[in-house]
Design a protein around this ligand. Structure first.
Ligand code: UDP
Length: 375
């Protein structure tokens, strides 16, 4: 059985890497190849190195100031020879990026069966100016198998009249990736140049708040409000260190460096490679983020998360109480952070809750399912 696993950005790579590894364990049954579109180049390669994955096809499509028209067209046309040549039975795509949507379209034209990993997340706002909801919905329409992380995402798909037997609840593959990485990061052989560079700046007597943010909906006033909150938190809590790996997008870099440079207990650094980031998540007291993946990972490490968004396609985390939506309201971010810093009871409770995104067996479940269809 021939598998082609396609991805293009860092979060997709992190979430698909454990699936590649799981299929590779079953090479007697599956011939599995990896194709990267490299929609995001630099951060993707680091992930591939860490998981020791060599792509079989590299479309290398990252261009400066790329627009979605060109990227979509490039992905489809560049995938044609790959699909014609390898003729996969199954094509695996992940989540909600342009790579996901365009690759699933190309796979549809090739006649391969499309498997959508992290299927069924919805904001139900197709009129949003941002493409994620369209990407995941279109992919859902043409997918043959939907690997849904939770029963909530399964229900979203049932409401769209997808066939129930084509939906498999697996947990999120990010937990598989995280557990693999935690083990590696905590082993004696682990040496990481980014961690070594960071260590002298960290004061173990202080509580560490880890911050990440990149979403387009927060560009502009959103990031200004976020930075104002972080500044006040840092100034009011000298016993706290804020470590912020700043996303490379200029819309993020500008407000962050304008407003937060030169504050003693705020450490601004470049985005970290995945192992260094996992190491830092483990060391942190709490995490403030707008990232989807981080809110899925952090509960497995017992870390409370404040999410800088007003809406979410991940309501399970909010319902489970492992994350709290604070939007980009300066006062609300300060208020909830202060609560978690000051109230051991609230902090302890939030950190002990069960992670609704599973226990790290998602990829095994996916491979078992595909095997069971091909006995
Ligand atoms: N991450 C990383 N380095 C960083 C920040 C995040 O490796 O400096 C990881 C994080 O652990 C998570 C993923 O990248 O698995 C999330 O990526 P991102 O926030 O870019 O995207 P999203 O999850 O919102 O799609």
């Amino acid at each position: 059985i021939k598998n082609l696993i396609i991805f293009g950005t860092r979060p997709e790579a992190i979430k698909m890497a454990p699936l590649v590894k799981e299929f590779q364990k079953h090479s007697d049954k599956f011939e599995t190849k990896v194709c990267i579109t490299a929609q995001h180049r630099e951060m993707l390669d680091q992930v591939l190195d860490f998981f020791e994955i060599k792509p079989d096809f590299d479309l290398d499509l990252m261009k400066p100031n790329q627009n979605l028209y060109q990227l979509t067209a490039d992905i489809i046309t560049n995938l044609k020879p790959v699909l014609d040549d390898f003729r996969p039975d199954y094509v695996y795509v992940h989540g909600d990026t342009t790579t996901t949507m365009a690759s699933s379209l190309a796979a549809f034209y090739s006649g391969a069966k499309i498997c959508h990993v992290e299927a069924g997340l919805r904001t139900f706002n197709l009129k949003s100016p941002f493409p994620e909801e369209m990407n995941r919905s279109v992919t859902g329409v043409i997918s043959n198998l939907h690997f849904a992380p939770t029963s909530n995402s399964k229900n979203n798909l049932l409401k769209e009249n997808k066939v129930e037997s084509d939906i498999i609840v697996t947990g999120n593959t990010v937990i598989d990736a995280l557990l693999f990485s935690v083990k590696k990061v905590n082993s004696d052989e682990f040496v990481d140049s980014e961690v070594l560079r960071l260590k002298p700046f960290l004061d173990d007597s202080k509580r560490l708040i880890l911050v990440t943010g990149h979403r387009r909906e927060n560009h502009g006033q959103g990031f200004i409000n976020i930075c104002k909150a972080l500044k006040q938190i840092a100034l009011e809590n000298p016993n706290v260190q804020i470590v912020y790996p700043v996303h490379l997008n200029p819309n993020v870099q500008k407000p962050v460096y304008d407003l937060l440079a030169n504050i003693e207990n705020i450490i601004l650094i470049d985005p970290l490679s995945y192992p260094a980031f996992v190491w830092l998540m483990e060391k942190s007291y709490l995490i403030i983020t707008d990232s989807g993946g981080v809110q899925e990972e952090a509960p497995s490490l017992g870390k409370p998360v404040l999410v800088m968004r007003d809406t979410t396609e991940r309501p399970e985390a909010v319902d489970a109480g492992t994350v709290l939506l604070v939007g980009t309201n300066t006062d609300k971010i300060i208020q909830e952070t202060t609560k978690l810093l000051g109230d051991e009871k609230i902090y302890g409770h939030m950190g002990k809750l069960h992670n609704p995104y599973g226990d790290g067996l998602a990829c095994k479940t996916i491979v078992q399912h595909i095997s069971s269809l091909n006995k």
